[in-house]
Design a protein around this ligand. Structure first.
Ligand SMILES: [Zn+2]
Length: 280
């Protein structure tokens, strides 16, 4: 299987508006490279048919106004037809998140034609299994919005607010919500394994190879199974890589996995198309 040639949807991409890029004062900072123009150049080279643009629930890197972020995401999909799909942003506004986020989400979906919801519990500073999350997840389920939840317990944030174990609880409360656990659950991948949510392989795959080696990484991906896995990179800020380095890394690793053509196609684009109820 040649993953570079294989048709793909990168289901986990962060690109920034021009004026937010300017806020990245350090040119070496990989966020400073996250422009639509630069990313578009390599989509063709790596056979990425479409990319899902995800916000990060962070008013410092993106706009501090959720509607402005959602408007930009929407305009980017409109200005680049058939290239991008975008998920909606929400931001924490102190004690009013539970009240305000479902309304804002409903308005944004109607106005900006977005295809899903991104929840980043670490950036919001809200545990995924807290009562504050209930209204916005209910709204996403009602609107049939696939919801991707950042998951990688990390000691420098409030550690397990995004853990797969907590996401599983919400999956039981909202059986009608389609959940994608980002980064295979990160450091908590074994917990992620014990559920039935979809998982994306963004950010962590090269780390897995470093930690466990190729064969064990293959066994881990196999344990999740081709029906749960979704291709994504977290490009371009992962590891401070240059534009195409992360994709090169991902393709090299995936070429060494033992997926059949049919399984690889599910991971590369068929699972996410099914979730989005879209065609390429
Ligand atoms: Zn990400």
């Amino acid at each position: 299987m040649d993953w570079k040639k294989l048709k793909k949807i990168d289901a986990h991409v962060h690109l920034l508006p021009k004026d937010c890029l300017k806020k990245q004062t350090d040119a070496q900072d990989s966020w400073a490279k996250a422009s639509v123009e630069e990313y578009s150049k390599i989509m063709q080279e790596y056979n990425i048919e479409k990319a899902i643009l995800l916000p990060i629930n962070d008013g410092w890197t993106f706009y501090s106004n959720v509607e402005k972020t959602n408007e930009w995401l929407s305009n980017t999909t409109k200005n680049n037809p058939n290239k991008f799909i975008a998920f909606a942003d929400v931001l924490s506004d102190g004690g009013y998140f539970a009240e305000s986020s479902p309304n804002l989400l409903g308005k944004s979906i109607k106005k900006y034609n977005l295809s899903g919801l991104k929840i980043h519990p670490s950036n919001l500073g809200i545990d995924i299994d807290s009562l504050e999350m209930v209204p916005v997840l209910r709204k996403a389920a009602d609107l049939k919005l696939p919801t991707i939840i950042h998951s990688n317990p990390y000691a420098r944030t409030n550690y397990d607010c995004c853990s797969a174990a907590k996401i599983h609880k919400m999956a039981r409360i909202f059986p009608d919500l389609t959940i994608i656990i980002a980064h295979l659950g990160g450091a908590g991948w074994q917990d992620a394994l014990q559920g039935n949510e979809y998982v994306d392989i963004s950010y962590v795959l090269p780390q897995f190879v470093e930690l466990y080696g190729i064969e064990q990484t293959n066994r881990i991906l196999r344990a999740f199974g081709a029906d749960r896995l979704i291709f994504g990179t977290d490009f371009p800020q992962a590891y401070g890589c240059k534009y195409n380095e992360i994709l090169e890394k991902y393709c090299n690793i995936l070429n060494q996995m033992d997926f059949t053509k049919e399984e690889a196609e599910k991971i590369a684009y068929k699972n996410i198309l099914k979730i989005l109820n879209k065609k390429l």
